[in-house]
Write a protein that binds this ligand. Structure first.
Ligand code: NAP
Length: 316
């Protein structure tokens, strides 16, 4: 990865040109660089990585309604074109939402992939976020609760009224408890590796955010119709999921791939604005020093979100 100068893009129909304030790194960004998503991504090189951004609208393309120059927004770039680690980026209005006062660029840019995935995983195990209906009081397990996805999953699960058991490293246990987890286990201990709820609860759902733990480990921990949502599904997990589907298994595993959409982004930004959800920041770096942030994400030990703040590269 290297810094380069390229012309600033012009926004096309239904697009916004943003002067970026912040971007957040997700594991998918460096997985692309390592070739782990070939032959799908990246579809073209050179490639400017990162999709999740926050910035100010400096130009609007034709046919844009609801945005004007000067609006502060959170946006998600299409992973096929990337472009977030830059001073300027174009965003489609389909994946851009206004950022209200009180929601900082760092708060906002953490949301699209990580909080979006947490939200869709929880919905898929039956969590409800409309205050009128209330959720059935489900017991959920969130693995890697100290990570980007996991820390939002814990908070969102509590908002939906669920009982949360979480796994993370010992150094993050207090932080995860502070986000609302009812029970926390250190994944490096035998108890944590077993993931059994200390209060003896069986899980109605699991939001599985790490690798190296397979279906056989979860199966005995689930309630009669418990569901494991695997956001890091391996080939064998996909086969297990297919077997569960064709045999109409009651306990089942479901691989989940984020379906980015504006409605969810608006919902999540609204929760941050109302003080119901927060982005916990692992570290902030400048675009100039982005390689440190990049390496940190590759290391797999980030505590919540890694944020890059744009200040331009002049004087480099
Ligand atoms: P992340 O922020 O890099 O996760 C790092 C955290 O995971 C660290 O705090 C680490 O704790 C913890 N951790 C690592 N191994 C663990 C284990 N065995 N048990 C408990 N905690 C563990 O990653 P992320 O952004 O949350 O993403 C998680 C995974 O989901 C990635 O593989 C990502 O590619 C994938 N993902 C998939 C989708 C999708 O659409 N399917 C969307 C988003 C993310 P320590 O530092 O203590 O080790």
């Amino acid at each position: 990865m290297q810094h380069v100068e390229v012309p600033v893009s012009k926004p096309k129909k239904k697009e916004l040109l943003l002067k970026l304030e912040a971007a957040s790194i997700n594991p998918v960004d460096w997985k692309m660089q390592k070739g782990m998503l070939r032959p799908l991504l990246p579809c073209r090189l050179p490639y400017i990585p990162v999709t999740d951004v926050a910035g100010v609208v400096v130009e609007v393309g034709s046919g844009v309604n609801g945005f004007k120059v000067g609006d502060e927004v959170v946006a998600m770039r299409n992973p096929f074109s990337g472009g977030g680690l830059a001073e300027y980026a174009v965003a489609s209005v389909k994946l851009a939402v206004r950022r209200p006062p009180g929601v900082s660029a760092a708060d906002g840019t953490g949301l699209p992939i990580a909080a979006g995935t947490a939200l869709q995983s929880l919905r898929s195990i039956g969590a409800r976020f409309d205050s009128t209906s209330g959720s059935k009081p489900l017991n959920v397990l969130v693995t890697a609760a100290s990570g980007g996805v996991g820390h939002y999953a814990v908070q969102l699960a509590k908002l939906a009224g669920l009982h949360v058991m979480a796994t993370c490293g010992a150094r993050n246990a207090e932080l995860v408890r502070g986000l609302g987890a009812d029970e926390v286990l250190d994944y490096r201990t035998p108890e944590g590796a077993a993931m059994r709820s200390p209060s003896g609860r069986r899980y109605d759902g699991v939001v599985h955010c790490t690798v190296g733990v397979g279906w056989p480990a979860f199966e005995p921990l689930l309630s009669a119709s418990g569901k494991v949502v695997d956001i890091t599904a391996s080939f064998s997990a996909v086969l297990t999921a297919a077997r569960h589907r064709v045999t109409f298994a009651r306990k089942w595993l479901v691989p989940l791939l984020l379906w980015p959409n504006r409605v969810d982004m608006e919902f999540l930004v609204g929760l941050v604005k109302d003080g119901k959800l927060k982005t916990v920041v692992d570290s902030r770096s400048s675009l100039r020093d982005v390689s440190e942030a990049w390496e940190k994400s590759i290391g797999g030990h980030a505590t919540e979100k890694i944020i890059v703040e744009m200040e331009g590269l002049s004087g480099r």
